[in-house]
Each structure stands twice: as structure tokens, then as C-alpha cells.
Design a protein. Structure first.
Ligand code: SAM
Length: 212
């Protein structure tokens, strides 16, 4: 995602610590307390500018959402969107998904969204793909038993790789859609990338996988 320097980013982070949580690793195992309730927690990795998480939080007030985004100039845009929408069931973490086990305790999360993750098409970069087995091990640890992963992408290569990687890891594929927008799904909330790619006529893939 294109990153532009945002001169207001540091001030935004300082003024919105209730929304973009600083020192997030110290909250490991305490995320339910952070939300002040016992609702299930869904995590989106690589939240981008926040359109998906803001929409999902509005559509599902019975779920708590945590968005993780590495880029400061991008997470402040997500923060601004969540703030404008006045969602109280969203928290954002300016963190690296590689540190998931330091951010969440065992079984703390119910579901993980991977939306239009960077495809890392070169073979030598496979270990950076968010469905590489080392990431799947981390997901398995923080997800409750029978926890789920939901992946959307426009990238056929990443989709095919992920289907194989998820299956080989022992997850059950409970949904595989090769043309998400070809069928009516009034509940689908589009991400920024999804809107951009589907406007260009690109096919959108989605799969859902469950640990047993
Ligand atoms: N999900 C958004 C969408 O669909 O519009 C953004 C997709 S963009 C291709 C991928 C995003 O993931 C970028 O904003 C990038 O900064 C973020 N990202 C990449 N690697 C990450 C990591 N290891 N931890 C957290 N965020 C990451």
C-alpha cells in the first residue's frame, strides 16, 4: 500500500491511545479487559486504511475487532476512519504480525482475517507470505480450538499457494470462492484493495479455513 509521510501521524497516535493501543505487547492475555466485555475477538492482519474493520465492526456489534498494521502513515488513516464512525468495538495495533505470539495469549482470538496480503511472488520470499507455515503455527497458538482464518485476495498465485499451505497444515477448507463478486453476498464488506481491483474487473478469491 502506498505510504505518504503524514506530518500529523505522531500527534494522532499520541492523542488516540484509547484506539491505537501503545505498548500492545503488555496487553497480551488482557484484550477482553481492554474491551471491557467477554465478546469474541476477531483480528485483521494488515488492516490498511481501515475500511473493512470499520464496516465489520458496524455490521457485528457483538464481536470485538483488532486491526494490526505495520505502517504508521497507514494505521493513522484507519484510526481516523474508526474514530469518525464512533466504533467502540475496534482497537488498532501499530505492530508487526510476525510478533503475534507476543501480542496475544493462547486461545485469545476466535478468527483471523487476511485481506489482500502482500503476495511475495518470488519463491525465495515464500516465508514472508502470511500463510507460510510459520505464520500458521502462530495463528494456531493464539486461536481458540476450531478457530478460523478467512482470506481474500485478487492474487491467484497467493490464493493457490494458501489453499495448499492451509490444507497441508491440517486446516479444513470450509469455503473456497473463485469469484466472490460473481455471486450475491450482501454481507461482504469490501476492503480498499478489493474495491480498487474489482473496479478493474479483477476476480476476487476468498477462502475460509478451520483448525480442528
Ligand atoms: N487489507 C488492506 C486492503 O485490503 O485494502 C491493505 C492491503 S495492503 C496490500 C497490505 C497491508 O498489510 C499494508 O498496509 C501493509 O503495511 C500491511 N502489512 C504488511 N506486512 C505486515 C505485517 N507483517 N504486519 C502488519 N501489517 C503488515
Amino acid at each position: 500500500m502506498r505510504q505518504r509521510h503524514k506530518p500529523w501521524a505522531d500527534d494522532f497516535l499520541k492523542d488516540n491511545t484509547h484506539l491505537i493501543v501503545p505498548d500492545a505487547k503488555s496487553k497480551r492475555g488482557k484484550w477482553r479487559n481492554m474491551f471491557g466485555n467477554n465478546k469474541p475477538i476477531y483480528v485483521e492482519i494488515g488492516t490498511g486504511k481501515g475500511q473493512f474493520i470499520t464496516g465489520m465492526a458496524g455490521q457485528h456489534p457483538d464481536i470485538n475487532f483488532i486491526g494490526i498494521e505495520l505502517a504508521k502513515s497507514i494505521i493513522v488513516m484507519a484510526g481516523s476512519k474508526v474514530k469518525d464512525a464512533k466504533r467502540d468495538n475496534v482497537l488498532l495495533l501499530h505492530e508487526d504480525a510476525a510478533d503475534l505470539n507476543e501480542l496475544f495469549a493462547e486461545n485469545e482470538i476466535s478468527l483471523i482475517y487476511l485481506n489482500f496480503s502482500d503476495p511475495w511472488p518470488k519463491k525465495r520470499h515464500a516465508k514472508r507470505r502470511l500463510t507460510f507455515h510459520t505464520f500458521l503455527s502462530q495463528y494456531q497458538h493464539i486461536l481458540q480450538p476450531e478457530g478460523e482464518i478467512v482470506l481474500k485476495t485478487d492474487n491467484q498465485g497467493l490464493f493457490e499457494y494458501s489453499l495448499v499451505s492451509l490444507s497441508q497444515f491440517g486446516l479444513e477448507l470450509t469455503e473456497v470462492k473463485l469469484d466472490l463478486h460473481g455471486a450475491e453476498d450482501s454481507e461482504n464488506i469490501m476492503t480498499e484493495y478489493e474495491e480498487k481491483f474489482s473496479a478493474k474487473g479483477q476476480q476476487i478469491y476468498r477462502c475460509r479455513a478451520q483448525f480442528s
